[in-house]
Design a protein around this ligand. Structure first.
Ligand code: SDX
Length: 430
């Protein structure tokens, strides 16, 4: 392929450079399109737009490939999956050695508690407050206690900010759950690893420590790893957009939480379980669900299916589906919703409507089944996605922050409103 693209407008030919990514992706450099041609490119959902160059995550939607810093996602499904080491990999670009991992884990342990003053914020939320609203508010509130992170220049200061955020998001999430149930806050345990400590803060009681099943701890590590980054998805693009104004890391991640909340994005894991539950309680046949999903006049969508980038099986869904059987067997849980999900997948994968549109199960289709089996309430499912995605947001924010060429993001538009007209005083208006 040529390294130039030619555009003809009103008989004049304009040339633009084409550059190639690591895996052969091609991009037309349009950074001077408007200056050269007077035109802007129009693509309202940015489906054809590269907003940045990034070295963090690679996705091939046609082949169902996902790699973190070059490592295929499937390779993190090890004997003892470790979310903390993957967080380090995404943020700093390499797997940590023993010394680095021990030091970072120590920082997470030392920073798991939240400021005592922050605990009073929970009393201000109604008991029915959506946990994602609390999470976004509390991440922003967290920044008030760390003004030293409002502008980050040195690497060690950045690592401190990342450690505090990654550690405390668990505590905030667990406390929002405890508060919603009228239960006392459980302090983080200094001897527990990342995921086990979260489950401890969620489910221990003053009179009885929650016994973390190692299989559940491993499954939660893997689930968070699978959610950790996904290149320029809606919430990550939001983090970059906010960060491009030089807003601080906490404010940028709080904005990411808000974007992730949407049912078309991170909110889908909650929507999937609610869909499966309504199918189960309504005794609706999977066949009828498929019919409704294909019916343009029906508002029913097969939540957890389809993806803007994957037009083949989401590799994360494949790993999570395998984990479902393992976790449910370990916990002795027989979940009828899993049977419904498996039947829906079987029917959809052989249906031309889904095949023609490249609609396959995505990361959200099976994740809720595992979270449910762990005892995580459905209203917390998207919060779990946010805990997993936080290292990705931090990595992407840092990459942009370190890029001297990055500028404030400011898309243009095509105006279709009124031509110029005059102001009419109130007394003269009809
Ligand atoms: C995540 O971007 C990321 O990387 C996101 C994510 C990440 O890790 O950050 O992977 C996480 O957000 C996963 C996606 C979770 N969302 C859902 O599961 C919600 C259900 N899925 C959809 O609403 C939809 O598939 C999207 C939002 C995921 C993608 O939307 P697109 O790319 O805008 O696709 P579209 O809406 O234009 O649909 C194309 C066609 C349409 O039919 P036609 O008009 O061509 O006839 O496919 C149909 C749609 O009606 N379609 C579906 C469908 N998804 C798309 N039909 C039935 N059920 C569905 N789920």
């Amino acid at each position: 392929m040529s390294d130039k693209a030619a555009l003809t407008i009103d008989g004049k030919v304009y040339e633009f450079a084409i550059f190639t990514g690591t895996e052969g992706e091609k991009a037309i450099d349009m950074t001077n399109l408007r200056a050269q041609t007077g035109c802007v490119a129009y693509d309202p959902s940015y489906a054809n737009v590269g907003s940045c160059k990034s070295a963090i995550t690679y996705i091939d939607g046609e082949k169902g490939i996902l790699r973190y810093r070059g490592i295929p996602i499937e390779q993190f499904d090890t004997e003892k999956p470790n979310f903390v080491e993957v967080a380090w990999l995404l943020i700093f670009g390499k797997l940590p050695n023993k010394k680095e991992l021990a030091a970072f884990s120590k920082k997470l342990t030392e920073n798991a508690a939240i400021h005592e003053a922050m605990k009073y914020h929970f009393e201000g939320f109604p008991i029915t407050a959506p946990p994602m609203a609390i999470l976004s508010a509390m991440i922003n509130a967290l920044s008030c206690f760390y003004p030293q992170f409002f502008t980050i220049h040195e690497e060690d200061v950045f690592e401190d900010a990342a450690a505090r955020l990654i550690s405390k998001i668990r505590t905030i999430a667990a406390y929002s759950y405890r508060s919603s149930r009228g239960r006392p806050f459980i302090a983080p345990h200094p001897k527990l690893r990342y995921c086990a400590n979260f489950l401890h803060m969620m489910f221990s009681e003053p009179y009885e420590l929650y016994q973390v099943d190692p299989a559940v701890e491993d499954a939660l590590n893997l689930l968070l790893i699978l959610h950790a980054d996904h290149e320029q998805n809606c919430s990550t693009s939001t983090v970059r957009m906010v960060g491009s104004s030089r807003a601080n890391l906490f404010a940028s991640c709080a904005a990411g939480v808000c974007a992730l909340w949407g049912p078309l994005h991170g909110g889908a894991n909650t929507a999937v379980i609610e869909m499966l539950q309504s199918i189960h309680t309504g005794n609706i046949s999977p066949e009828d669900c498929i019919k409704m999903a294909k019916d343009k006049n029906s508002s029913f969508r097969l939540m957890g299916f389809g993806h803007r980038v994957y037009k083949s099986y989401d590799p994360r869904a494949r790993v999570i589906k395998k984990q479902c059987d393992k976790v449910l067997a370990t916990l002795g849980v027989n979940d009828p919703l899993l049977d419904i999900a498996l039947k829906l997948e079987e029917l959809a994968l052989k249906d031309s409507f889904f095949q023609e549109r490249g609609l396959y199960p995505n990361v959200d289709f099976y994740s809720g089944i595992i979270l449910r089996a762990m005892g995580i309430p459905v209203e917390m499912f998207t919060v779990m996605f946010a805990i997993g995605r936080l290292p990705g947001w931090i990595a992407q924010w840092r990459e942009q922050h370190l890029d001297a060429s990055s500028r404030i993001m400011r898309p243009r538009q095509i105006y279709i409103g009124n031509k110029q007209r005059d102001y009419i005083p109130l007394e003269k208006r009809g």
